[in-house]
Ligand binder design. Structure first.
Ligand SMILES: [Zn+2]
Length: 276
């Protein structure tokens, strides 16, 4: 996929790339009906959205750039594939019980991660936002109320995004430019709204499926089978099973020679303070 990236940097090829990008995305979304869904129920398929990550055989190394309504949108599924690094990401917290446990495990292993914060949970547990920041983790925006952004009006979306960004900023001083859409669902309109607010869309290339199973073995296998250099790994800091699977998973990844980075460290984007 460096091919796309290379052409994207060629001004004469720009238009072709954008058309190509849209065609590829359409091809990707058509057969996909799965989505991140903490409830485990089957979500409705929204043909105008991209419900989940591309299949493991189709990985795009970021940043993948597109234009919607004149707004540049950048979407990331994975980092550069040429280094043995991975980025752990934890969504939906902070949770008063599980987030502190995860922070302790990460600290014990000397591992940094990125937390995609649900604003209302950050509002309830502001000390955990500060603690995550103090321990060297990055923070991202996951909307205020874990809303499906394809179903939110532009006004609601603005509030969901800006309220969460403000909570993170007031508590930690981090002006985050990382955004992960709940359920991995987005469409052109919602993407334009997100990008318009100076946010990078960060998805994932490896889903631990810790939201779908209580089995620690399954969570570990889901990651261990699919992990690759540059992987962005999806986990959640709101489940007991995630806490229990994490130490063994960290040992496995270290044993395979991987080192851990935050999303801002993973992505070769030359911007100041874009992750925090
Ligand atoms: Zn989520």
């Amino acid at each position: 996929m460096y091919y796309l990236e290379a052409i994207a940097h060629n001004p004469r090829g720009e238009r072709v790339v954008h058309i190509l990008a849209v065609l590829i995305l359409v091809a990707m979304i058509a057969p996909k009906a799965l989505a991140e869904d903490e409830s485990g129920s089957s979500p409705a398929v929204d043909v105008a959205s991209i419900p989940e990550m591309p299949s493991p055989s189709f990985r795009m190394y970021n940043p993948f750039r597109m234009f919607f309504r004149g707004v540049e949108v950048r979407i990331t599924w994975a980092g550069p594939p040429d280094k043995p690094i991975v980025a752990l990401t934890f969504d939906d917290g902070p949770h008063p019980v599980f987030t502190p446990q995860i922070l302790r495990i990460l600290e014990d292993h000397g591992v940094p991660a990125t937390f995609f914060v649900v604003g209302r949970n950050g509002e309830k547990n502001p000390e955990l936002l500060r603690l995550a920041k103090e321990k060297g983790h990055a923070l991202g925006n996951h909307t205020f109320s874990h809303t499906r952004i394809t179903a939110a009006t532009n006004g609601r979306l603005k509030e969901e995004i800006e309220r969460t960004r403000e909570i993170i900023f007031l508590e930690t001083g981090v002006y985050t430019q990382l955004f992960r859409p709940p359920f991995g669902a987005f469409d052109a309109r919602s993407l334009a709204e997100v990008a318009h607010r100076d946010l990078e869309v960060v998805l994932w290339s490896v889903d631990s499926r810790d939201w779908a199973t209580h089995s620690i073995g399954d969570i570990r296998r889901n990651v261990e089978k699919r992990v690759h250099p540059g992987a962005i790994i999806l986990m959640h800091d709101v489940h007991q099973q995630t806490v229990e699977a994490l130490p063994g998973l960290l040992e496995f990844l270290k044993g395979k020679g991987y080192t851990f980075v935050t999303i801002p460290e993973l992505l070769p984007i030359d911007r100041v303070a874009w992750g925090g």
